[in-house]
Design a protein around this ligand. Sequence first.
Ligand code: PMP
Length: 428
Amino acid sequence: MTTISKNDQLFERAQKTTPGGVNSPVRAFRSVGGTPRFITRAEGPYFWDADGKRYIDYIGSWGPAIVGHAHPQVVKAVQEAATRGLSFGAPTEGEVEMAEELVRLVPSLEQVRLVSSGTEATMSALRLARGATGRDKIVKFEGCYHGHADSLLVKAGSGLLTFGNPTSAGVPEDFVKHTLVLDYNDVAQIEEAFANFGDEIACVIVEPVAGNMNLIKASEAFLQALRALCTKHGALLIFDEVMCGFRVALGGAQELYGIQPDLTALGKVIGGGLPVAAFGGSAKLMSNMSPVGAVYQAGTLSGNPVAVAAGMTTLKLIQQPGFYDQLGATARRLADGLTVAAQDAGIPFCADAVGGMFGLYFSETPPNNYAEMMAGNRERFNVFFHKMLDEGVYFAPAAFEAGFVSAQHSDDVIDETIAAARRVFATL
Ligand code: PMP
């Protein structure tokens, strides 16, 4: 008698009442095929699925779990906050502390507004940029994901200066006709865009280290060109650091590159696994936000006390001496170890890491933009992914995603992963 896996049972059940059986699409394993693992618990660098199988987790809730899952201090802070009440709809001292901490740590911030998701953060930053400049057009880059607000859900247009078509059904073309989609890391294109539309562009929004088309680093020249062109033409530069903030360095990509954006969106790590995100910039710019200014934005659960407790505790933990040196060394050990293992097996593969983020590429060199990323061998990735899953290693279930390590991924955990990959590469 064969027993049906609990994951399979849950997936079948889930699909009856939830579209695709999941509450966020990439969880569904659509890209790699097969049954998603339903997670029952997590601790440190591991999580366990409904069949009791343990995995080394390299998604870390897609970024937040930077100090490892269920860190005792974070759990304790959450428990204590919960006993004092779950939500008040009135301000708390915790929110003040959180804002002060973010402003202290992220170079370009003077004021922030807390929200509950990265989508809200980027959507609100966009509204603020348009409200503050009185302009409508925005520029984004192919392959950068900024949450699912209408005007940001634009499929990458191929040609230069092609105004976007909606990526998602349900987004009127009218909503995205102001969204200009350009190639990441292409200085000539952005120069041309500003030459043509300079006085109509409200803002340029970019992931300064891109993590939604696998991991792609922006070139310094590219980010500097964005900064200079925005300044010259009176447009605002928005760094979407929802993923790379507190990941690639304590002060985020803006600290790493030494470039100050006008507005920053944050999320993931700052909630430590609970829903906290934020957007912010100069006090002058932020004075456009209601209730002071005319740009409206609000949230019933914004600055939720339990979520803020998790976030603040996480922000304290990542400031321990040497935290980022260790995190960076961990991701580097993984990237280099996997690369050598693939080379030994004769598989065209490379890997890269920035801080606690990494990218795995089934190509000879790391990609610089969306098209190069798409040219990688996705079929081979899918086989690799499933074989690693069988080995008890959970990488992101799509070749388009970055990976994440936590402070709890010890050298032993990394070496165990590399050893598993060695076995898998030999079969590819
Ligand atoms: N911006 C970036 C760079 C992201 O990676 C994400 C989520 N992966 C978002 C925005 C949206 O955040 P959320 O899923 O919390 O709405």
